[in-house]
Design a protein around this ligand. Structure first.
Ligand code: ACO
Length: 334
């Protein structure tokens, strides 16, 4: 975790953003042919209209690599400059090696790589770890990737979960700030202002996978008590966004964009309202991507940055809650 401090090293800057989505789009109507549901129910309860689902060749590492390449291209930085890769994922292709080292090999990068498991909060956790490592001087240029193939852990006969998730990957390139941009109290300087991580393990059984990666006879499916998760999401995320603003001495008027984890439009709108942000300052992609877990925040960031809504210099507040339960926030000046 990091908060502002006068003598702290320069902020970690977010210099590139990229994404990858599988080509195959599956509509609610298509799912209604498989389970007892309807486009109207899914849209009304969740805001989801469609999701992208991975083809067999679109592994977690494949999508993570494609998103990483896009982030590197956006930053104009060569893969050779990367000295660390973190992939946040709950759906790695194998128990090991980590997805991150598969990405490293595909990019021809060097340095270190590892995966982080914090379900839908994974990207926030990974960004926090990368920020800490960079400010501690352990790395200078890191890829932080969220990549998920939830279609492989869905029970496709359970209408309560299979309509909610999608596949995809998003990535950011983060880099050590220059010695000249020491943090001080200036919230106008680019970089990660703060991250906050939380977990409450005694809530592990309201959202979990009932098996393990790499066990063909028991691959595991996602199980969720949706209404309980919903209740915790609204209260815990509201307190996470308040915490991020209070630590930085900011209020909601200072935030240019909320880029929330995309699980449910009703949760997103509730947090936006608590923050007092106009709806057009809240990035929503759940309608197109559904819940892509650790990939959802970088995918949303890539979309709003790519279409010109989010600009360099904007203050962006990210928040997520997921299985664990885990939750947290990251406040970034782009
Ligand atoms: N189509 C039609 N009916 C359905 C469907 C469906 N796809 N799914 C459930 N229903 C029915 C239920 O069976 C139930 O019927 P009943 O009243 O006859 O028993 C009714 O709809 C209401 O079910 P609820 O689960 O209470 O519906 P709710 O309004 O809570 O919406 C939802 C469910 C969308 C899952 C919501 O609870 C939610 O979004 N929860 C939070 C999810 C979340 O934030 N997850 C965190 C991240 S995920 C991660 O970390 C991996």
């Amino acid at each position: 975790m990091a908060g502002p401090a006068a003598s702290a090293p320069p902020r970690t800057q977010l210099v590139g953003i990229g994404a990858y989505l599988p080509a195959r789009v599956v509509t609610n109507d298509e799912l209604a042919q498989r389970v007892d549901t309807s486009d109207a129910w899914i849209r009304e309860r969740t805001g989801i209209r469609q999701r992208h689902l991975a083809a067999p060749h679109e592994s977690c590492a494949f999508m993570a690599t494609a998103a990483a390449r896009a982030a590197l291209a956006d930053a104009g930085v060569a893969a050779a400059a990367v000295d660390g890769i973190i992939v946040a994922t709950a759906t790695p292709d194998q128990a090991f090696p980590a997805v991150a080292v598969r990405v490293q090999a595909a990019l021809g990068a060097s340095g270190f790589g590892f995966d982080i498991s914090a379900a839908c909060s994974g990207f926030i956790y990974a960004l926090s770890v990368a920020d800490g490592m960079i400010r501690a001087g352990q790395a200078r240029t890191m890829l932080v990737i969220g990549a998920e193939v939830y279609s492989r852990i869905m029970n496709w006969d359970d209408r309560g979960t299979c309509v909610l998730f999608g596949d995809g990957a998003g990535a950011v390139l983060v880099r050590a700030g220059e010695a000249g941009d020491a943090r001080g109290s200036g919230v106008g300087e680019p970089g990660i202002l703060s991250t906050h991580l939380h977990a409450q393990g005694d809530l592990g059984d309201i959202l979990f996978v009932d098996g393990a990666v790499g066990q063909p006879d028991r691959p595991g499916h996602l199980v969720m008590k949706g209404n309980e998760v919903f209740r915790h999401a609204v209260t815990k995320l509201a307190s996470a966004v308040s915490e991020a603003l209070a630590v930085n001495g900011l209020d909601h008027n200072d935030v240019d964009w909320l880029v929330p984890h995309q699980a449910n439009l009703r949760i997103i709108e509730a947090i936006g309202k608590r923050l007092g942000l106009a709806p057009d300052r809240v990035v929503v992609t759940v309608d197109q991507h559904a819940n892509t877990s650790a990939a959802s925040i970088p995918l949303a960031l890539a979309q709003a940055y790519g279409d010109g809504r989010i600009k360099r210099g904007d203050l962006v507040l990210m928040e997520a809650l997921g299985g664990g339960l885990t939750w947290g926030s990251a406040l970034v000046r782009l």
